[in-house]
Design a protein around this ligand. Structure first.
Ligand code: IMP
Ligand code: MG
Length: 175
């Protein structure tokens, strides 16, 4: 499969870093004194989580969840595959779910439903690096948003196109 052609840089590394400072402050203020578990959704939120968590000076636990929602293309498939059995133990914990991007909302909606139904955490909030400006198929919004962006396909800083470009330091548009 051909690599996608990259368009302009949407968010450069310095812009992302500056915004993470602000996000981390909001999150730290909210969770101070609460038993917090961060649930990073892999693979897309790996870089976001690594950079954000280093800015949150709270005692916290880190868990990960492996899901696939794209299955290759540039359109959300609308169905979500959990790539591992079971869930971490969230009893008595507040959970902050981290994901790279809120697109249709199907992925985060499925994750949140499963958490609430099977793991009974004290609360579930959602933080995303990016939120696409479009009508959402699911009634789910993020509690913390790094950047609102136009409805284009983007890569870099953890986001991929068919497995490529996750290691770009900037977020770029795919043509
Ligand atoms: P949703 O379920 O439609 O909200 O899609 C969420 C997932 O689709 C994200 O976690 C990403 O992995 C992927 N995704 C959605 N939009 C993009 C994009 O523009 N670039 C790369 N991945 C995307
Ligand atoms: Mg992806």
């Amino acid at each position: 499969m051909m690599r996608a052609e990259l368009g302009p840089t949407l968010l450069d590394a310095a812009t992302i870093a500056a915004r993470l400072d602000g996000l981390a402050c909001e999150i730290t203020a909210f969770y101070k004194g609460k038993p917090l578990t961060v649930l990073a959704i892999l693979n897309g939120s790996l870089l976001f989580a690594a950079d954000l968590l280093r800015r949150i000076p709270l005692p916290l636990r880190l868990e990960t969840l492996n899901v696939a929602s794209y299955h290759g293309g540039m359109e959300s498939s609308g169905w979500v595959t959990f790539l591992q059995d079971g869930l971490p133990d969230f009893a008595g914990r507040h959970v902050l779910v981290l994901d790279d991007i809120l697109d249709t909302g199907c992925t985060l909606q499925a994750i949140r439903q499963r958490l609430v139904a099977e793991a009974a955490p004290l609360s579930v909030r959602v933080a995303v690096l990016l939120r696409k400006n479009k009508p959402r198929a699911q009634p789910l919004d993020a509690d913390y948003v790094g950047f609102d962006i136009d409805d284009a396909f983007v890569v870099g800083y953890g986001l991929d196109h068919q497995g490529h470009y996750r290691n770009l330091p900037d977020v770029r548009v795919v043509r």
